[in-house]
Design a protein around this ligand. Structure first.
Ligand code: IVH
Length: 673
């Protein structure tokens, strides 16, 4: 192909792929099969790898966690991996019931299971003689992609069943279906960490899970908090339960994670009542659920009823109302975070989603606006799910009038007007002015927050007033505030001023680890702060530490070590340290508090699981730390002992698999005596 034609083909492919991405992810109405989509993507990848000079950053192939499936081994499913038809009202569910009851009158006396419809990535898991041998995606229902290595990094996935030795013995061949998901809490934490590290944040849990598992490099999946919930036995060569309810009980007994709160209903009215309940709980569930799944409990009957296309007649998804709406993008606002990261947010024409009025939504980062070509004045799709901050999915291109204005990346900080900088290798744009008032407000808010110095009565509003009133120029100035200074602020009658001064003064005796967290050094979270505190014992010693010393600390890599030395090298930060010492906010770890003279557990790494008879988790951890040992969260080949109590989790199975010695509380204490 001539150069010109190649270029043209690439442009056509990109626009086709974008259209299908939009149809699939946004509109939920794919126009082509996964297979056809993969073909387009592979063609584009092939052309781009032959002509790397034609690769543009907005090409669909460059998307992190993209849907590209090239490079995976394709695997035929043992039986078709079916989909589900949907209903959106009680009437539609009743109509479904009447339809199948007409086909077979046994349906009238049937019972149903009601399960959450999990919004994740379907996975098909194969076990041979109890050993996990193969895991695939659903693909087109006939052929999936082999993602075994990525799935092996998912901790809730049993690598061997039964997980508990006393559990039922599975048939020699067992194929189980489940959903890979990310819990909302984990998703928020992941995005917070990425944001702190100046990296690209993710749009939603579903795409993050799907993108992470469909990576050829399993270490990428390992770094994402993916979990599994199972709900179906797809195939087996031995006896398995013939009722859906029993099948779920059985899967659980084998050690598979199964969604909680599944119910068995004796009639359709009960089933519809459950829908209401799930709907009310929807926003407080730990994961995203887009409806319920109603299934005939009698599995042979369900099988006899057959399928319509790819949808089994014996089950139906009863969907919740959409959490996606469209509205007008009035403007794009800019937020300055405490590390100086400037992030864009959408200012919207107010719109109601799920009973809440949304006026603002996150736009993630500037690359996102560019990639999605979001313009001011666009109609945009907004999603609000659970308590995740509402976010913009993308523009409704068809609704454009031509009046929309492309967004220009700002060059100056909206707060202090200084130039913004882009750090190489990061998507974030920073205001590097240490005296930027917006950053100072955020810094104070963080300094006073619960996990840090825990200063009651000092939230973002008060922080704002303090900065605006020029009462503080850095966090150390907080300790100079007295009632008189505060009394000039709006709403600060005597008592409130006195209370704030008292809680600020009280915070001065927080331990070093909290002070370190409070200083807000990039990449230094609570865990790292704890390790640094016990290693260096006061701020002076830490400020003098060189890279090599820092890298010796558990959990501190070269990148974090560098941010720490950079932080202490800044004159403004050195001034803060000096002022804190003058204000006697100077926590030190005494040698006695250090890991103690008896370092009998030195160089040993422990993992804790289950409930111990007399020690709490923290007490056991302290005991180990005080004797020089280390405690980590996960069992690996480097673990020396797993300390197991009652109801141990999957860590026990993992330890047994890796031949890591398992001990109980008594044996732990015996090691120390
Ligand atoms: S059962 C014959 N149960 O929803 C079995 N599916 O829209 C058919 N899903 O692709 C599936 N939670 O990935 C079933 N409790 C659940 C589910 C569930 C989520 C997904 C599944 C399927 C999609 C259908």
């Amino acid at each position: 192909m001539a150069e010109e034609n190649i270029k043209k083909r690439i442009i056509t492919l990109r626009s086709e792929i974008r259209k299908h991405n939009y149809q699939y992810h946004v509109l939920n109405t794919p126009l082509i099969s996964d297979h056809e989509y993969d073909r387009l993507m592979r063609e584009l990848q092939a052309l781009e790898s032959e002509h790397p000079e034609l690769i543009t950053p907005d090409s669909p192939t460059q998307r992190v966690g993209g849907e590209a499936a090239a490079g995976f081994v394709r695997v035929s499913h043992p039986v078709p991996i079916l989909s589900l038809s949907s209903a959106h009202s009680d009437d539609e569910v009743r109509a479904w019931f009447d339809r199948i009851a007409k086909l077979d009158k046994r349906v009238r006396d049937s019972t149903f299971t009601v399960e959450p419809k999990l919004d994740g990535l379907t996975v098909v898991l194969h076990y041979k003689n109890g050993v996990f041998t193969l895991g695939t995606t659903r693909g087109d229902g006939e052929v999936g992609e082999d993602i075994t290595s990525s799935l092996k990094t998912v901790r809730s996935l049993p690598l061997h069943i039964p997980v508990i030795a006393s559990g039922p013995k599975p048939p020699a061949r067992l194929v189980v279906r489940g959903e890979a998901i990310i819990y909302l809490e984990d998703f928020k934490k992941l995005n917070r960490e990425l944001e702190v590290a100046g990296e690209r944040t993710y749009v939603n849990p579903r795409n993050t899970a799907s993108g992470a598992l469909r990576q050829l490099d399993p270490s990428l999946s390992a770094s994402r908090p993916i979990r599994l919930l199972c709900y179906d036995i797809v195939d087996s060569d031995g006896p398995v339960p013939q009722e859906q309810w029993e099948a779920l009980v059985y899967l659980k007994a084998l050690g598979f994670p199964v969604p909680s709160d599944i119910t068995l209903e004796s009639d359709l009215d009960g089933t519809l009542a459950r829908y209401q309940e799930w709907g009310e709980r929807r926003d407080s569930l730990p994961y995203e659920v887009d409806g319920i799944v109603v299934k005939l409990n009698d599995l042979p009957l369900a099988r006899e009823l057959g399928v319509v296309g790819k949808d089994p007649r014996g089950a139906i998804a009863y969907k919740f109302p959409a959490q996606v709406v469209t509205t007008h993008l009035d403007d794009i606002g800019l937020n300055v975070g405490r590390t100086g990261v400037v992030t864009p947010y959408a200012i919207l024409e107010p719109v109601e989603v799920g009973g809440v009025t949304v006026r603002q939504a996150t736009l993630h980062n500037f690359d996102f606006i560019h990639e999605k070509d979001i313009r001011i004045g666009d109609r945009v799709l907004i999603k609000r799910a659970g308590d995740v901050i509402p976010y913009v999915i993308g523009p409704v291109v068809d609704a454009r009038t031509g009046e929309e204005v492309p967004f220009r990346i700002p060059e100056h900080c909206p707060s202090c007007g200084e130039s913004l900088e882009r750090v190489e290798g990061e998507v974030a744009i920073y205001c590097v002015n240490a005296a930027c008032p917006a950053q100072l407000v955020r810094n104070i808010e963080h300094f006073a927050s619960r996990g840090a110095m825990d200063i009651e009565g000092l939230g973002i509003k008060v922080a704002h007033m303090l900065v605006e009133g020029q009462l503080v120029n850095d966090v150390a100035d907080l300790y100079k505030l007295d009632e008189e200074a505060l009394s000039g602020l709006e709403g600060f009658a005597d008592k409130r001023a006195q209370n704030l001064v008292e809680s600020i003064q009280a915070s001065g005796s927080q331990p070093l680890s909290r002070l370190l967290t409070a200083l807000g050094i990039r990449n230094v979270g609570e865990a790292a702060a704890g390790e640094l505190a016990s290693q260096f014992r006061n701020l002076d010693r830490l400020s003098e530490a060189v890279l090599e010393e820092l890298e010796e600390v558990e959990g501190i890599g070269p990148k974090v070590a560098k941010t720490i030395t950079d932080w202490f090298a800044q004159a403004s930060n050195r001034r803060i340290i000096k002022k804190l010492r003058e204000a006697e906010v100077w926590p030190e770890l005494s040698v006695a508090e250090d890991r103690g003279p008896a370092r009998i557990l030195a160089d040993l790494t422990f993992v804790l699981t289950g409930t111990l008879p007399s020690l709490t988790r923290n007490e056991a951890k302290d005991l180990i730390l005080r004797h020089g040992g280390k405690v980590t969260g996960n069992v690996s080949r480097r673990t020396d002992y797993l300390v197991a109590g009652e109801s141990p989790g999957s860590k026990l199975a993992r330890a047994q698999e890796l031949n890591v010695p398992v001990i109980d509380e008594t044996q732990l204490k015996a090691l120390i005596e």
